[in-house]
Design a protein around this ligand. Structure first.
Ligand SMILES: NC(=O)c1ccc[n+]([C@@H]2O[C@H](COP(=O)([O-])OP(=O)(O)OC[C@H]3O[C@@H](n4cnc5c(N)ncnc54)[C@H](OP(=O)(O)O)[C@@H]3O)[C@@H](O)[C@H]2O)c1
Length: 249
């Protein structure tokens, strides 16, 4: 029986990915900053572990407690919105600490076992916003685009060991807690120089007729990356992400 370790399982995509793998008879190590087993169905194949990806000690303890794993899914992350000029450097640092360095640090902690076993898959959840320049997301896009670059180079190094790495690029998913969590990291929206731009971007995001991504799309894309060795490096997840990927192809 295979084992997957997933970060950020308290809500949204991470929670759905954990449920998806549990329903397919995998052993699931669902990690959360604040562990809560009751968000997932009871199962003797489920373990819930504490993991804050910004904390090296927490990474060490979680990887040790998890034991051997076959697939690592780096899903934990958060968003922030503000004009590039007005994004506090503290926010930029926080974004990179979680979305980029957290992903890199956990990957480094897991790779030795993959390399020694000559097997394993790393799936990094980034974003379809890395495919297209969008205003008010400069720092968030940069934190995710850095993971794309890291993952693509790493995959070339790991091929010789039979270890795979893939990117899942979700589109906009209003059903998760992403938007709500990003609200605490909004800056400069009331600055007069950017007010018109902010108004037009917010109006566009409120367009309910536009295609969106569902957590199920992301779980399916992660499953594909984990189980199908012929899957591509970049897997867009969701109708909007697939349309964007087709545009830039
Ligand atoms: N929803 C979208 O529109 C969208 C689109 C493209 C990509 N994404 C990406 O998809 C991933 C999942 O987002 P989501 O939509 O499912 O949002 P979500 O519901 O807010 O889930 C994010 C998860 O990440 C966790 N997290 C945040 N900081 C963490 C840290 N330092 N250590 C460990 N876990 C941490 C959160 O845990 P807590 O409960 O402890 O905060 C939560 O479980 C993120 O990487 C996000 O950037 C989202």
């Amino acid at each position: 029986m295979k084992t997957v370790l997933i970060t950020g399982c308290s809500s949204g995509f991470g929670l759905k990915i954990a449920r998806y793998f549990l329903a397919r008879d995998w052993q699931v190590v669902a990690t959360m900053r604040t562990p809560r087993a009751d968000v997932l169905p009871p199962s003797d194949r489920l373990r819930v572990l504490a993991l804050d990806v910004t904390n090296p000690e927490s990474i060490r303890e979680a990887v040790e407690a998890a034991g051997p794993i076959d697939v690592l899914v780096n899903n934990a992350g958060f968003g922030a919105a503000s004009p590039a000029e007005l994004t506090p450097i503290a926010t930029v640092r926080e974004l990179f600490e979680t979305n980029t360095i957290g992903t890199i640090a956990l990957t480094q902690a897991v790779l030795p076992q993959f390399r020694q076993r000559k097997a394993g898959v790393v799936v990094n959840v980034t974003s379809s916003v890395t495919l297209k320049a969008l205003p008010l997301l400069a720092a968030y896009r940069a934190s995710k685009a850095a993971v794309n670059a890291f993952t693509e180079s790493m995959a070339l190094e790991l091929e010789q060991f039979g270890v795979r790495a893939h990117l899942v690029l979700p589109g906009r998913a209003p059903e998760t807690r992403f938007g709500e969590n990003a609200r605490a990291h909004i800056h400069g929206f009331n600055h007069e120089a950017y007010a018109d731009l902010v108004k037009s971007v917010v109006a566009r995001m409120g367009d309910t007729s536009a295609p969106i991504t569902h957590a199920q799309d992301v779980a399916e894309a992660v499953w594909r990356a984990a189980t199908d060795p012929s899957s591509p490096m970049r897997i867009p997840a969701g109708a909007d992400a697939e349309a964007w990927a087709a545009e830039v192809r």
